[in-house]
Design a protein around this ligand. Structure first.
Ligand SMILES: N[C@@H](CCC(=O)N[C@@H](CS)C(=O)NCC(=O)O)C(=O)O
Length: 224
């Protein structure tokens, strides 16, 4: 039996679920690429071991090695999703063609930079002040919770007249929705909100994506 083309390093976290979901979506749509999933044990700091730093220089998951392309290593979620789209989403089922759909592609990047540079780091700070800080700091925690809620508002406004974040008409389900969905999906775990009722369009979008079979399959695979 031949080796699977990709080794994916992940964990059951908001960022850790993104690439498994995208790979499951690609597999459901195209039948490829198949992948070996290696769960990295964040508690024992496996992500900081030298062998893993070779793959992911900042010692963070997710990361992947593409055996089928000369053992090419990719780290950083956004770069991984774009890499997979470029090489494996040949019909643009979850992405846009950079040449022929330049504006849609750029819009997708705009929202992706927004999510990855605002929402994700704020989420991480909420998780830190909720679970990992040695001393409680309600002021710090509240500052990050209120910022995440404000950012949910930005996403909610964007989704008011559309089903997905980018694309013509009501939008198209893309890798951006995959990444953003995982980021929003930690709202309960991070104790940001009990539910998404305050953001109805965001809630409807979240519910639709949660029901997708590849999303469920990936969450099960990473033991979410
Ligand atoms: N900017 C990175 C963030 C990745 C990240 O923060 N991963 C967390 C898990 S959600 C991690 O590996 N934490 C372990 C550590 O920082 O040591 C990305 O988008 O991939």
């Amino acid at each position: 039996m031949s080796e699977k083309p990709i080794i994916l390093y992940a964990a059951p976290t908001g960022n850790g679920a993104k690439v498994p979901i995208f790979l499951e979506e690609l597999k459901a749509a195209y039948g490829t690429p198949d992948y070996d999933l290696k769960i990295i044990d964040l508690k024992s700091k496996e992500q900081k071991q030298p062998w893993f730093i070779e793959v992911s220089p900042n010692g963070t998951i997710p990361a992947l090695t593409d055996r089928s392309r000369g053992n090419f290593n990719v780290f950083e979620t956004g770069a991984i999703l774009l890499y997979l789209a470029h090489n494996y989403d040949k019909e643009g089922k979850f992405s846009f063609n950079e040449q022929t759909e330049e504006k849609e592609h750029n819009e997708m990047l705009q929202w992706m930079f927004f999510v990855h540079s605002f929402v994700v780091p704020m989420n991480s700070q909420v998780m830190f002040w909720t679970y990992f800080a040695e001393q409680e700091n309600p002021v710090a925690r509240e500052r990050y919770v209120s910022e995440v809620k404000r950012l949910y508002g930005v996403l909610d406004t964007r989704l008011k007249d559309r089903d997905y974040l980018v694309g013509p008409g009501r939008g198209k389900y893309t890798l951006l929705d995959v990444s953003t969905w995982c980021t929003v999906n930690v709202y309960g775990r991070a104790q940001i909100a009990a539910n998404l009722d305050e953001w109805p369009a965001l809630k409807a979008w979240h519910t639709t994506i949660a029901a997708r079979t590849p999303v469920q399959a990936a969450l099960k695979a990473v033991k979410w």
